[in-house]
Design a protein around this ligand. Structure first.
Ligand code: FES
Length: 160
């Protein structure tokens, strides 16, 4: 088993205490899954199994929640998370073409991660700067009025 998967099932003391504290409270599953994702950046199968065991609930119930809410990630995100805004303003100004160009350039689907782990690609709702539409966010950098053909150059700055 890869080391990565192993470490994703080793919960910090803080996380274990949090789960113990929330174990009997209503709405606990969402709170706990948020906490797991904030610790690892995503929810691995191993982590989901561990939560199921700790809460004594079926694994299917956990996957029901993780797959229902778009916020939860099942795969480890890339080092640089590319968020292409598909909110109304960005969509109308060509968000889809940016998303398609980025997916083609990186050879990954939306929600995919490049083989080298450098990039992951997400389609997101309005990121709050519609005046700059269409918008792409990479890490904590915001790119406005982006043209699809600019994406390879923008991404090249994150490749080291
Ligand atoms: S719709 Fe893209 S920033 Fe608002």
């Amino acid at each position: 088993m890869p080391t990565e998967q192993k470490t994703d099932t080793v919960f910090s003391k803080e996380l274990e205490n949090f789960i113990a504290e929330w174990k009997e409270k209503p709405g606990n599953l969402i709170m706990i899954l948020h906490k797991v994702q904030s610790e690892f950046g995503y929810i691995s199968r191993g982590a989901a199994m561990k939560v199921a065991e700790m809460l004594d609930i079926p694994l299917a119930k956990i996957y029901g929640v993780i797959t229902f809410y778009h916020f939860f990630k099942l795969n480890k995100p890339g080092k640089n998370v590319i968020q292409v805004c598909m909110g109304t303003a960005c969509y109308l100004k060509g968000g889809q073409a940016i998303l398609d160009e980025t997916a083609k350039h990186l050879n990954i689907p939306v929600k995919g991660v490049t083989e080298d782990g450098m990039f992951s690609l997400e389609s997101v709702r309005c990121v709050g700067c519609c005046g700059l539409a269409p918008v792409v966010v990479i890490g904590d950098e915001v790119f406005g009025k982006v043209l699809p053909e600019q994406m390879p150059e923008i991404l090249a700055n994150f490749s080291e």
